[in-house]
Ligand binder design. Structure first.
Ligand code: 5MM
Length: 343
């Protein structure tokens, strides 16, 4: 298969009606924080056991088309001795890999950050391909303050995402392009809209300069919401309208799928907001989907508590959130389903 055909086949498998992406690519410090919240130590065995349990959830493939993995997971095995990427692939779920190496402060742009990891990326992708990965993910992070993101931050982060995406496509990997605009702060929904529009404008300009094939990327952005400390919460309809208004201005219709991150929204908020977008904007030019980490995993982690005897409850909790977000993909979710669907 040539590279373009490989990219198209992967996009076809990743972007499916009624399905979205599970982000299970927490780096070592992040998974340690998630486990600490349930009083579980972040050992390699605990991470293997937890992720193996998630990926073996019966019926996961009904609502999940792809899973983003952390590097270590590519070489770990299930309790039955099968490589974890293979556990997913056998269910028809596409395994992918987070390839960025985390954040550093951006020099001369106080408050902004930039992601590391471009050195040797092509060679790493060649190895990851032999381990079963077919797509990659890279995250840039933008804080919102009175001064951030700076003009320099917008430019440098966009350039990093575009260089990463171009390298991925050259190696036959579909790039998930993740510009995360943080929800932290007391900013208004209007300020969030202004920043996200500027961020995406810069990102798509850079993707164009680097000749990235837009038909073969997945965009993983933040929704337009007020900051977490803003006194007024927005309704799902307000979030949907503000988000789609901005995205129509700056995301070309050639992009097949927008898979939102949850970014600190509660699982219920993330589902309701996605649902409102699909209910109100059935004519949107892109799929409006999810690539949630916390919003899919939080209830599963609470159910697990690090105990093998809670495996069935853990899988049930993940399946329920995947089911509800599957419903949100078509605008068919209702909050009442939170309690009714699985009793
Ligand atoms: C799952 O977390 C991913 C890796 O984060 P770190 O590098 O900080 O460990 C992260 O990129 C995640 O995929 C996105 O933030 C989306 O996850 P949420 O929880 O925001 O939906």
């Amino acid at each position: 298969m040539d590279t373009r055909a490989e990219l198209e086949a992967t996009i076809y498998d990743m972007v499916q009606a009624g399905k979205g992406i599970l982000a299970a690519d927490e780096s070592a410090p992040t998974i340690a924080r998630r486990f600490a919240a349930i009083d579980v130590e972040s050992t390699e065995e605990n991470r293997r056991s937890y992720r193996g349990m998630l990926f073996s959830t019966p019926g996961l493939d009904e609502f999940i088309s792809a899973v983003i993995l952390f590097e270590e997971t590519l070489t770990q095995q299930s309790d039955e001795g099968m490589a974890l990427p293979e556990v997913l692939a056998r269910k028809g779920i596409v395994p992918g890999i987070k390839v960025d190496k985390g954040l550093q402060p951006l020099a001369n742009a106080a408050g902004d950050k930039v992601t590391q990891g471009l050195d040797g990326l092509a060679e790493r992708l060649q190895l990851y391909k032999t381990q079963g990965a077919r797509f990659a993910k890279w995250r840039e992070v933008y804080p919102i303050t009175a001064h951030n993101p700076t003009a320099l931050g917008l430019e440098v982060n966009a350039e990093m995402l575009a260089r990463y995406a171009a390298i991925c496509q050259t190696e036959g990997f579909v790039p998930i392009v993740e510009p995360e605009v943080l929800i932290d702060g007391d900013h208004s929904i209007e300020r969030s809209a202004e920043v996200i529009e500027a961020v995406l404008h810069a990102v798509f300009h850079a993707l164009h300069r680097h000749r990235v094939v837009l038909e073969c990327i997945v965009l993983k952005p933040s929704m337009v919401t007020p900051g977490k400390e803003h006194p007024v919460r927005a309704t799902p309809e307000e979030v949907a309208e503000a988000t789609v208004r901005v995205f129509r201005r700056v995301v070309p219709a050639a992009v097949p799928s927008i898979n939102f991150l949850s970014g600190g929204q509660t699982p219920e908020e993330a589902t309701a907001n996605l649902n409102a977008m699909n209910e109100l904007f059935k004519d949107a030019p892109w799929e409006l989907s999810f690539s949630y980490g916390r919003a899919l995993q939080e209830p599963a982690l609470k159910a697990w508590q690090g105990k093998a005897e809670n495996a069935a409850a853990t899988q049930q909790a993940l399946y329920q959130r995947a089911f509800l977000n599957g419903a949100a993909r078509t605008g068919d979710y209702a909050p009442v389903m939170e309690t009714e669907a699985f009793i």
